[in-house]
Design a binder for this molecule. Structure first.
Ligand code: MN
Length: 430
């Protein structure tokens, strides 16, 4: 595998965002803020610390495994540009006892702290199983009810803990799937999303719960809230979540009728031999890529790569390069019908990488020939306006960025013979 992460790569989408951030800080400085200092109680002008880092945290957490019945899965998770990591997950490839052919997976995207997301990742499945509705008889209506009840019970228990621990501001979205021998159950609460690829296409995806969706808005307004800037009371960007108890205090209303509802939308699909793979991911993924693009991209990767962690890693890099400023988590679950490694696809991929390397070399030489310094950003920009056949569907040029960067640094090293020791920077200690 080729990866290169030398130096700080310029990324236009991020630069724009960072300029915005800087402007905010500068204007707050001139208004009398104190750039970055902790706000003091009672001060008129509160300075909110930036939710973004100066550089992204690129370390990835990965995990993989398989179930007894033939499901292979992997997870990839990265903090990215956010100041904190608030995503959590739960992979249970087989439930206990008589339920060993059932699997459960969930992604939790926390906000305003990570305590609530962490708590839910530890307790949601237990609460679902405690309802007693999940059993070998696989009664779809009963299981559906059990999933909803499990979410509501988790939120109730969480409220007690949150009051005790002072987590009332925090919340988490959840997207989960329970796979039985007969059905796939999807439970979604918030704006994370599940997407199923069936017979080569997007066969199903969950609906995001945003405050501006008509039904969500209706509930928010009847609970005494408003929707502005696409947010509840101009602040919270999601309309269903576990936690967020500051939005759940309207009197004489059921928990499912509050501004923020903990009720998941549950969908049940009968399994099919045409099922290829299922993705669970947080909005850090979906903000930068559509269902169709991700479906096509993952299909193309499965034909050239058997390591599902590597596929998740490539999706994360793609989202980062496409401008995601959020924590990024993706879970990839492959059914027995998933695309397999193909000699033809491998051959095409190798040809594509050779082509990219030679294009990078051409541009590098052209810039050097004009007496210009061949900066990576100029090389990438020129490459983007070049017709390149055979780029991965759904991923395009950005999905081959690691290959391009690697080719670029090889050229750069070849053009800059290393300096003698006494002039050079840090060298090996003698
Ligand atoms: Mn997020």
């Amino acid at each position: 595998m080729r990866t290169a992460r030398k130096g700080n790569v310029e990324m236009p989408a991020f630069v724009r965002q960072l300029v915005k951030e800087t402007e905010k800080r500068v204007s707050s400085f001139f208004k009398g803020g104190r750039g970055g200092a902790e706000p003091t109680e009672g001060e008129a002008e509160e300075v909110i610390p930036s939710p973004y880092l100066d550089r992204p945290v690129l370390d990835k957490l990965t995990e993989e495994g398989c179930s007894r019945w033939g499901l292979n899965y992997a997870l990839g998770s990265m903090q990215g540009w956010r100041a904190n990591m608030e995503d959590f997950h739960n992979c249970v490839p087989q439930l206990g006892g008589q339920m060993a052919d059932w699997s459960f997976f969930a992604v939790f995207d926390g906000h305003a702290g990570n305590c609530v997301a962490h708590y839910c990742s530890q307790h949601l499945l237990t609460q679902i199983l405690t309802t007693g509705a999940i059993g070998p008889e696989d009664d779809a209506e009963k299981v559906r009810g059990g999933l909803i009840e499990g979410f509501l019970q988790t939120d109730k228990q969480l409220h007690t803990v949150a009051r005790r621990e002072g987590w009332e501001r925090g919340g988490t979205t959840v997207v989960a799937t329970l796979i039985s021998p007969r059905y796939i159950y999807f439970a979604n609460c918030g704006d994370s999303r599940a997407m199923l690829c069936r017979a080569g296409q997007v066969g199903f995806s969950t609906e995001d719960h945003k405050p501006f969706s008509p039904l969500e808005r209706e509930r928010i307004e009847s609970a005494g809230g408003s929707v502005s800037l696409q947010r509840i009371n101009g602040s919270l960007a999601v309309s269903r979540a576990l936690g967020d108890f500051n939005y759940k205090g309207a009197e004489n209303r059921e928990p499912t009728q509050q501004m923020v509802s903990p009720e998941p939308e549950v969908c049940v699909l009968e399994r099919s031999l045409a099922d290829e793979f299922l993705v669970l991911a947080c909005d850090g993924v979906w903000d930068t890529i559509t269902n169709e693009e991700l479906c096509a991209f993952i299909r193309s990767r499965l034909c050239v790569c058997t390591d599902l962690r590597e596929v998740c890693s490539q999706v994360i890099d793609l989202c980062l390069y496409k401008g995601s400023l959020d924590n990024i988590s993706i879970m990839l679950l492959c059914f027995p019908g998933a695309p397999q490694l193909s000699a033809e696809a491998l051959h095409q991929e190798a040809e594509l990488e050779d082509l990219l390397e030679s294009k990078v070399a051409e541009i590098f030489e052209e810039l050097s020939g004009r007496g210009e310094e061949p900066e990576l950003l100029s090389v990438l920009t020129m490459l983007a306006s070049t017709a390149i056949p055979g780029l991965p569907p759904g991923g395009g040029l950005q999905s081959k960025r690691n290959c391009i960067i690697s080719a670029y640094y090889q050229l750069k090293e070849a053009h800059q013979p290393s300096l003698p020791n006494e002039v050079g920077g840090p060298e090996k200690p003698i």
